[in-house]
Write a protein of this length. Structure first.
Length: 554
């Protein structure tokens, strides 16, 4: 006879069958049955965050680096609401994240009786910030609802999915489902391209003499196929969230230099651009004014991507890896790339990097110095900062498709918890997390989470004494009236001592490499502060190369 257990036990075992090894969140009255089951089973590591927002960002970063399903537990009502920003960011990033939250007892839902944590329309709130949201309405339907939610999070286009489980249902007893034996999520196979459209694309590429690939995050799993196409002589460029699909030191890679004046001019000589797994976001294309090659083909598993930003000559609704692999299989011996095309790519890359370095002034050597001391396989996590929005997203080379985490939605504050989640997803590798002092302060309590969990992360705080991006915008557009751009933050050295973190301070460029190298020798978290006032004024960010003077800031 089947063992009888509770829905809380069902949730814990379900996550194990999904391959989940680590989950994040905050324990609360409305999720204790589920977390009690996780604790008793001792098969999943639960990381108690200091807030639901921090836990959500940790789960997001963990999934981006691990490649599997991220899991966040929150309480109902205010707890679930606190996670809204993290769910929005996960949706921007296309992160497969399962958010499991509580709910008041079924007899109290939607009655406005003032039960603990009871808020009106919680499910509607979750639907607004998630790819989808569901409520478990009975113990018997719990497994089916969870299975649908997790599968939906993992199916393209990926994203966060929320499930609320009323507290009385969490406590309900039921037989252990027999379907757990041999369990698998109902995820359909990767979508293959229509044969006629694939043949049309093969013919277009075979006829092209100056083709190019644009790879996005939807092609992260397509590295082998993309490398094979590069071996045929096809160069590539990536979105900022699709970095490292092909190592950025590949001679035919422009990496994330997708919008410099040099690259934009080069696009006009390209006779066919194949866009795989990228939305061509407005944020990276100057709101779709970036002049791409005249002839474009798009490959995307999301049918709604067709025509959403740029029009294309041909659209294939298909998985990027499957399609690029088919192209590599069929194009062997058929490509006739213009002689000297590869040398042109190398020159465009050199000129773009040199222009950025010239613009960066006293920060010009930062990317190279850091790259020399940080291991090749390290994770590069960032917050929205002056430094990341210029050289961090563009000039710091990356070599793997799961080496990078940054806020796709351009919000400040996720960086610190990103660094923790990324580090826990990458045991045996180092994580370096670059934040500004303003964004770092927004998630400050999570430093204690990093310490408790011994996350192997170096926090690199670029300290300019406030919200530097805001200050630059005010200087450019608002007559230099710097209102509310300064915040009172703690001194970082005594803060590090309070938490128990090794600390280094950088006050000159030549101190950067040794300070970060020393921090990287630490087992667990360490803190490095860069005194930007001592280094020198950061150049006017609001209109850095390659952007027009009236571009909105990130």
């Amino acid at each position: 006879m089947s063992e009888t257990f509770t829905v809380g036990d069902l949730v814990a075992e379900f996550l194990q069958h999904c391959g989940v090894e680590t989950a994040f969140g905050v324990v609360s009255i409305h999720n204790i049955p589920m977390l009690d089951a996780i604790g008793r089973r001792n098969a999943i590591r639960f990381v108690p965050a200091r807030g639901e927002a921090g836990g959500g960002h940790m789960a997001d970063a963990y999934a981006r680096i691990d490649g599997g399903l991220g899991v966040l537990f929150t309480s109902t009502g205010p707890g679930a609401a606190n996670a809204a920003g993290a769910l929005v960011e996960a949706r921007f990033a296309g992160t497969p994240l399962l958010h499991i939250t509580g709910q008041t007892a079924t007899g109290n839902i939607d009655r406005g009786q003032g039960a603990v944590h009871d808020v009106p329309a919680q499910l509607e709130m979750l639907r607004a910030v998630s790819k989808a949201a569901y409520r478990v309405r009975s113990a018997e339907s719990a497994l089916g609802t969870l299975s649908r939610a997790a599968a939906e999070a993992l199916c393209a286009p990926r994203g966060p999915v929320s499930v609320e489980i009323p507290i009385d249902i969490q406590r309900s007893a039921l037989p252990r489902p027999d379907s757990f034996d041999g369990f698998a999520l109902p995820i359909p196979p990767a979508r293959t391209p229509a044969p006629a459209l694939l043949e049309a694309l093969v013919n277009k590429l075979a006829a092209a003499r100056r083709p190019m690939l644009w790879l996005g995050s939807g092609a992260r799993h397509a590295g082998e196929a993309a490398n094979r196409l590069a071996a045929l002589g096809i160069p590539l460029v990536t979105s900022w969230n699709g970095r490292g699909v092909v190592p950025e030191d590949h001679p035919l890679s422009l990496g994330p230099l997708n919008a410099t004046p040099e690259v934009e001019a080069f696009y006009q000589t390209v006779d066919l651009m194949v866009i795989a797994g990228s939305r061509l976001r407005g944020h990276e294309t100057r709101d779709m004014t970036l002049a791409l090659p005249a002839h474009r083909v798009q490959i995307d598993a999301d049918a709604a991507a067709e025509g959403r930003t740029y029009t294309t000559d041909l659209f294939l609704c298909a998985d990027a890896e499957v399609t690029l692999r088919e192209l590599a299989d069929r194009l062997g011996g058929r490509m006739e790339i213009d002689p000297g095309y590869g040398a042109e790519i190398a020159e465009v890359r050199r000129a773009s990097i040199e222009a950025y370095r010239e613009y960066l002034g006293p920060y010009a050597d930062f990317p190279n110095i850091l790259r020399e001391v940080i291991p090749r396989d390290a994770v590069w996590a960032r917050d929205i900062t002056l430094n990341n929005s210029t050289w961090g997203n563009r000039l710091f080379p990356l070599y793997g498709p799961r080496d990078s985490v940054y806020p796709i939605g351009a919000a400040i504050g996720p960086g610190l918890p990103f660094g923790i989640g990324a580090a826990l997803a990458a045991p045996g590798r180092k994580t370096v997390c670059m934040c500004g002092d303003g964004g770092f302060a927004l998630s400050l309590a999570e430093l204690w989470t990093a310490k408790k969990e011994q996350a192997d992360v170096v926090f690199l705080v670029m300290n300019d004494g406030g919200y530097g991006v805001i200050r630059h915008i005010q200087n450019r557009m608002y007559g230099g009236r710097n209102y509310y751009d300064e915040v009172l933050s703690p001194e970082l050295e005594p803060l590090a001592a309070l938490v128990g973190l090794p600390f280094e301070r950088v006050q000159s460029t030549d101190q950067l490499g040794p300070a970060v190298a020393a921090a990287l020798t630490v087992d667990g978290p360490a803190l490095v502060e860069v005194d930007m006032a001592a280094i020198g004024e950061f150049p006017a960010y609001f209109a850095p190369p390659p952007y027009a003077a009236d571009e909105a800031a990130e």
